[in-house]
Ligand binder design. Structure first.
Ligand SMILES: Cc1cc2nc3c(=O)[nH]c(=O)nc-3n(C[C@H](O)[C@H](O)[C@H](O)COP(=O)(O)OP(=O)(O)OC[C@H]3O[C@@H](n4cnc5c(N)ncnc54)[C@H](O)[C@@H]3O)c2cc1C
Ligand code: FES
Length: 295
């Protein structure tokens, strides 16, 4: 699966003459498996044959659990990591359960990468701070973007703030990454909705942390990924703090089938989210669509 980055931030597929086409999953071998929490597992995948592919943080693949089905799963590798491609999967139904059950040596199908990216480049930090807000498994699609941002801070100037929320301490994912990003200069805040006795961290929704962060809203950007209600409330809170809605990006999820803009299953208003999303600016039509879903 070769690919080239376009100026739009998308990645275009390049396939050879004997390529079976974009609807055929490419077999990948599971070379690593890490249980993150009770229902979340990270799979590290390498192509069985052929070259490694390129991706941009925020893009997703369609992963096939052979004999069960296909599901959209974000690439959660960072671009500094050479080697297997990581995908972090939450078991919510038949396909994701089968993917989570995969063990080292198993074969998983991969189509992609598809969709838009977080658009993380030097210009994002050059204009100001970046506030990243994740809810639950929403940290997975953001992992590569955060890693890019943290390792460009010195060059470009802006600060990186990460607010990560989970239902309870046992549901916090990527604790090692959060600690590493903190060591590398990012300001990290972790909060849980509810906590057992003995938890010394913050308890409350991610939105409750935003007033405690010392970013400069007039120049900041924000990246948000999590359940839709969390993204809506977080985006509004950031706009209330003074961030321009056009500098806030959200990642929207819908039922993905083809991933190619062919079938229409992922349509939301004027957008085909597999093609125009999943990452979109929280401005205009997107802000309106998210608000309308409240009625
Ligand atoms: C662009 C994109 C990126 C994604 N990235 C990841 C990822 O990195 N890790 C991950 O674990 N999941 C991710 N998802 C969600 C994942 O695709 C679904 O959880 C999966 O398709 C469920 O398939 P299933 O057959 O296991 O369960 P199903 O039987 O299809 O669904 C089980 C339950 O989950 C709900 N559900 C299904 N799809 C979604 C969805 N997209 N969002 C919210 N609820 C849903 C269903 O309504 C149902 O209640 C992503 C989805 C999209 C669109
Ligand atoms: S999933 Fe088919 S058009 Fe988007």
């Amino acid at each position: 699966m070769g690919s080239t980055a376009e100026s739009t931030g998308r990645v275009a597929m390049q396939r050879s003459a004997d390529d079976p086409g974009p609807m055929s999953p490419i077999p990948h071998r599971v070379v690593g498996r890490k249980v993150e929490t009770g229902d979340v597992t990270t799979l590290s995948l390498v192509p069985v044959a052929g070259e490694a592919w390129r991706f941009l943080p925020g893009q997703f693949n369609m992963l096939t659990a052979y004999g069960v089905g296909e599901a959209a799963i974000s690439v959660c590798s960072s671009r500094r990591e050479v080697g297997p491609f990581r995908h972090t999967v939450r078991d919510v139904g038949p396909v994701t359960a089968a993917l989570c059950r995969s063990t080292v040596g198993d074969i998983v199908g991969v189509r992609g990468p598809f969709g838009t990216s977080w658009g993380v480049d030097d210009s994002l930090l050059a204009t100001g701070d970046v506030v990243v807000v994740a809810g639950g498994i929403g940290l997975a699609p953001l992992r590569g973007a955060i890693d890019d941002l943290v390792h460009r801070t010195d060059a470009a100037g802006g600060r990186v703030f990460v607010v990560s929320g989970a239902r309870e301490p046992a549901q916090v994912i990527f604790a090692d990454d959060l600690e590493a990003w903190r060591r590398d200069g990012a300001e990290i805040a972790v909060t849980v909705d509810m906590a057992p006795t003995g938890w010394r961290g913050h308890v409350g929704l991610v939105t409750s942390m935003l007033s405690e962060i010392d970013f400069d809203p007039s120049t900041s950007s924000a990246l948000i990924c999590g359940p839709e209600i969390m993204m809506r409330l977080t985006a509004r809170a950031l706009v209330d703090r003074g961030i321009d809605p056009g500098r806030i990006r959200v990642s929207l999820e819908r039922n993905m089938q083809c991933g190619l803009g062919w079938c229409g299953h992922c349509q939301l208003g004027p957008f085909l989210l597999c093609r125009d999303g999943p990452v979109l600016p929280y401005a205009g039509a997107v802000a309106q669509l998210l608000s309308e879903r409240e009625r």
